[in-house]
Design a binder for this molecule. Structure first.
Ligand code: NAD
Length: 509
């Protein structure tokens, strides 16, 4: 095994760092001669664990295992009720381990322990909901014109689903695709992010402990090369991807070139719009939650605040004050409000955006530089940042920073606010703050985003559809409709009479 680093500085590599294998067909595999990479705790700068960088042969093996499990019918032909029960049992095991899994995620991605443990406790809900839906997927009897013909539809699984996910909420975001894919009888190869792959391997082990057949859930670790091998393989019937829009385009291109289906959950440049009739205290808390929770490393981060001119000065002042008071610190410490940026690449990206905004004439009202935390000298901290007077066309106003950087803009009218909110190539989520009922619904209808929160922000539920307009994605996750993305429909026609048909005409009767 050769040692190379795929993620960050590994200069103080400890010999004690645990080496994790791949999870294929129910076994932990340590392929000979494969490269390995380490994850680095972004608070301490020390390695967390070492993983296999799966190459094409290992990805091939994982797809083969998933394909074999699919063809065997052990999962796809199991009664949907039984399939659902096994998924629920898996949920129970995850719940038992939620605290440990959450801690593992915090060590790899630096997000607050209470946030990650809370997410892990929510993950089983997806298995309960989609497990419950498994036996409610029904075909239809179609009343075609000719009454001697019986026409009905069957909903059938696709086969192997390739699931590629980011580091910011590893288990939760993976489960958004795994649960509907598995409920409908597909098998999966999951490729978690190279920055936080630990929990995915644990989830796969728990799946088998709950009774899911081996090969139904496989995990390959690695970066873009591993992902490319997975997306490019003809045997992968569908790709479920969550990540950046740039990567999403590449994934869609690869999947499209071999006509595989693709669901994309991508980035956002989400706005919080505050009207003068809003409850300002609630709006202030919502804006803070939107951008500084998880240090802005959330696809739905509310990175733009559009504030009516009448309340602009007051609200900006309050936001700047609150931003300066946020407690940066160790994400394992319950008193911490904002942890580090997840990795060095991401920190460099945040710095670049803020520096560019500054040099283009925008004013930094709070933060705008690396943060420091006593005792965590190697931590990748960045201060909660508030910027104003940025041009609406500048990168800080248009592009996803994925960090704790809020850009504020004034507006004069409802029409202007809606136009500003819609004026990006993204379309993921918007927050609307108003106590005027008519305005709330009028604006919700005019916004070009897949989610609109009114007088609230940053909420998710297994039964409410989530996804992006424009460059924020294709398809929806969560909710009943999402299972249709993992099924194909077969139409079965049966002639019930013994009438002989004219062989030379298309039957449209
Ligand atoms: P990313 O696009 O860099 O990586 C996502 C996944 O794709 C990772 O597993 C990565 O290894 C893999 N990958 C990267 N390049 C690849 C390539 N060329 N071929 C195949 N696979 C490749 O994203 P990230 O930095 O891990 O995560 C942050 C991004 O994810 C942000 O843009 C954020 O908005 C987005 N995100 C979206 C949602 C959503 O639901 N819409 C949720 C969370 C995060």
């Amino acid at each position: 095994v050769s040692k190379t680093s795929a993620v960050g500085d590994t200069s103080d590599t400890s010999a004690n760092v645990v080496q994790r294998g791949l999870h294929i067909a129910g076994r932990e595999i340590f392929p000979a001669d494969s490269e390995v990479f380490q994850t680095i705790d972004p608070s301490r700068g020390v390695p967390v664990a070492s993983y296999i960088e799966a190459g094409a042969p290992q990805v091939d093996e994982a797809i083969d295992a998933a394909r074999t499990a699919f063809i065997s019918g052990e999962w796809s032909s199991l009664s949907p009720t039984r399939r659902g029960r096994l998924m629920m049992a898996w949920g129970d095991l995850i719940l038992d381990q939620a605290d440990l899994l959450g801690e593992l995620e915090t060590r790899e991605n630096g997000k607050l322990l209470r946030e990650m443990q809370g997410q892990l406790k929510a993950v089983p809900e997806w298995l309960y909901y989609f497990g419950g839906l498994a036996d409610k997927v029904e075909g239809r009897v179609i009343p075609v014109e000719n009454r001697s013909v019986l026409n009905y539809t069957l909903r059938e699984p696709l086969g192997v689903v390739g699931v590629l996910k980011p580091w910011n909420s590893p288990s939760l975001i993976s489960m958004l695709s795994l649960a509907p894919a598995l409920a409908t009888g597909n098998t999966v190869v999951l490729k978690p992010s190279e920055f936080a792959p630990g929990s995915a391997l644990e989830l796969a082990k728990l799946a088998e402990a709950a009774g899911l057949p081996k090969g139904v859930v496989n995990v390959v670790t690695g970066g873009p090369t591993t992902g490319t091998a997975l997306v490019g393989d003809q045997r992968v019937a569908k790709v479920a991807f969550t990540g950046g829009s740039k990567t999403g385009r590449q994934i869609a291109k690869m999947a499209g070139s071999r006509l595989a289906r693709c669901t994309l959950e991508l980035g956002g440049k989400n706005a919080n719009i505050v009207f003068p009739d809003a409850d300002l205290e609630a709006a202030e808390a919502g804006i803070l939650a939107g951008i500084f929770a998880a240090a802005g490393q959330s696809c739905v981060a509310g990175s733009r605040a559009l504030l009516h001119e009448e309340i602009y000065d007051e609200l900006v002042q309050r936001l700047v004050k609150r931003a300066a008071e946020i407690r940066l610190g160790d994400p394992l410490d319950p008193d911490t409000e904002m942890g580090p940026i997840a990795n060095a690449r991401q920190l460099a990206r945040v710095e670049k955006f803020v520096d560019a905004a500054r040099s283009e004439g925008a004013e930094v009202l709070a933060g705008g530089r690396r943060g420091s935390v006593k005792g965590l000298d190697r931590g990748l901290f960045y201060e909660p940042t508030v910027i104003h007077q940025a041009a609406s066309t500048s990168p800080i106003a248009q592009e996803e920073v994925f960090g704790p950087v809020l850009t504020v803009f004034p507006f004069k009218s409802e029409e202007e606010a809606v136009a500003m909110a819609n004026d990006t190539h993204y379309g993921l989520a918007t927050g609307v703050w108003t106590l005027n009922l008519q305005r709330a619904h009028r604006v919700a209808q005019a916004l070009q985003t897949g989610t609109v929160w009114v007088n609230m922000y940053r909420a998710i539920a297994f039964n409410s559809p989530q996804g992006g307009y424009k460059d924020s994605g294709i398809g929806r996750e969560n909710g009943v409709e999402s299972v249709l993305d993992y099924l194909q429909t077969k139409s079965v026609w049966c002639e019930l009479s013994s009438q002989v048909q004219d062989p030379f005409t298309l039957r449209t009767d």
